[in-house]
Design a protein around this ligand. Structure first.
Ligand SMILES: [Zn+2]
Length: 290
C-alpha cells in the first residue's frame, strides 16, 4: 500500500478552500455539489511541475485551445493510503498552458508512472502561474468534469474531499513554504525501535525474528550465570538459547533480566518476559548492540 503524497517539490498555497474569496462558494451553503479547491504556486512566480507520486490514469483533459480553463483529471491506478483511509483517489489540476510540454503528450487512458510529470503551473484562465487543485475519493465517485452547484460555481462532479484528507506531505520530496493555514499530515516516519521489533513493536514467546537470535546470543554469552555455573555454563546456555525463535528459555532469561534490571514489562505492566523498547534500552546499557 502506497501513501498518497502531494506532487510538487514546493508547497505554497496561495488560496485555501475555506477563505473568503473565490473558492468559498464551491462548497459553502451548497445544497448539491461541492469541492474544496486549493491553489498551489510552487517555489516562486515561475512554473513548477506537478508529478504523479503513484501510478495515475488520465481520465479527462479539456479546455486546451478552447474558451474554458485547461484542466486534467486523473485517478490512481490502485487504492492508496490517505490520511482518511484507503481508497482510489482522483485529482484535477487546472490552469496549465495550452502548450504545456507534459500534457501535450498525454491522452485519456494513459497511465503516468510514479515519479513522472503531469503538468506545469500556468496562466490559462488566470493571471499568475499556479495550479488549481481538486481531489476526492474515486471509490465513492470519480470526478472528471465540472458541474454547476447551487451557488452557481462550477465544481467537480466527483466525491470531493479536502486536500488535507487526501494527501500527505513527504518531507523528503516537498518543502512546505506556506500551507495556507491547512494542517497537512506528514508521512509517518518509522522509528528505529519499531523496525528492530518488526511490525508488532515487541517480541514475545512464539515469535521468530533474526533480532531474537541476537538477544539469545547476548544472554548466553554474557548472562549464562543466571541459571548455570561451572566450566561449561556458557556452553550450556548457548545450547538452550539457540537461534531466532523466542522459546521458553529466552522467556526465562528475559524475566530474570527484567527482575535484576528492574524493568517494568513492555507488553503490560508486569515483569512479563516480553522484549519491548524498555527492555531493549536496558539491554543496551549492558552492552547489547542492535
Ligand atoms: Zn483556484
Amino acid at each position: 500500500m502506497k501513501y498518497f503524497r502531494f506532487g510538487m517539490n514546493t508547497l505554497r498555497v496561495t488560496q485555501n478552500w475555506k477563505g473568503n474569496t473565490s473558492h468559498l462558494y464551491h462548497w459553502y451553503h451548497s445544497t448539491d455539489y461541492a469541492d474544496y479547491p486549493i491553489d498551489v504556486a510552487g517555489e516562486n512566480g515561475g512554473r513548477d511541475t506537478y508529478y504523479a507520486t503513484v501510478d495515475m490514469k488520465v481520465t479527462s483533459i479539456f479546455g486546451i485551445g478552447k474558451g474554458y480553463t485547461n484542466t486534467i483529471w486523473l485517478e490512481t491506478v490502485e487504492q492508496v493510503q490517505t490520511p482518511s483511509g484507503i481508497m482510489k483517489v482522483f485529482i484535477s489540476l487546472a490552469h496549465f498552458n495550452d502548450n504545456d510540454i507534459y500534457v501535450s503528450k498525454l491522452k485519456v487512458g494513459d497511465i503516468i508512472k510514479a515519479g513522472n510529470p503531469i503538468c506545469m503551473e500556468g496562466t490559462d484562465g488566470t493571471t499568475a502561474n499556479h495550479l488549481h487543485m481538486i481531489c476526492g475519493n474515486a471509490d465513492r465517485g470519480s470526478g472528471n468534469k465540472l458541474i454547476q452547484n447551487s451557488n452557481g460555481k462550477w465544481v467537480s462532479n466527483g466525491y470531493c474531499m479536502k486536500p488535507e484528507e487526501i494527501f500527505y506531505i513527504d518531507s523528503d520530496f516537498t518543502k512546505v513554504v506556506s500551507d495556507g493555514d491547512i494542517s497537512f499530515k506528514k508521512i509517518p516516519i518509522i522509528d528505529d525501535k519499531a523496525s528492530f521489533f518488526g511490525s508488532n513493536g515487541y517480541f514475545q514467546l512464539g515469535n521468530y525474528h533474526e533480532n531474537i537470535g541476537k538477544i539469545c546470543y547476548f544472554f548466553a554469552e554474557y548472562f549464562y550465570g543466571y541459571f548455570y555455573s561451572g566450566s561449561d555454563a556458557k556452553e550450556r546456555a548457548h545450547e538452550v538459547l539457540d537461534g531466532n525463535y523466542f522459546g521458553p528459555y529466552l522467556k526465562k532469561w528475559t524475566i530474570e533480566f527484567q527482575k535484576r534490571a528492574k524493568i517494568e514489562g513492555n507488553y503490560d505492566d508486569n515483569i512479563d518476559g516480553c522484549i519491548g523498547p524498555k527492555t531493549l534500552e536496558a539491554l543496551k546499557k549492558y552492552g547489547f548492540v542492535e
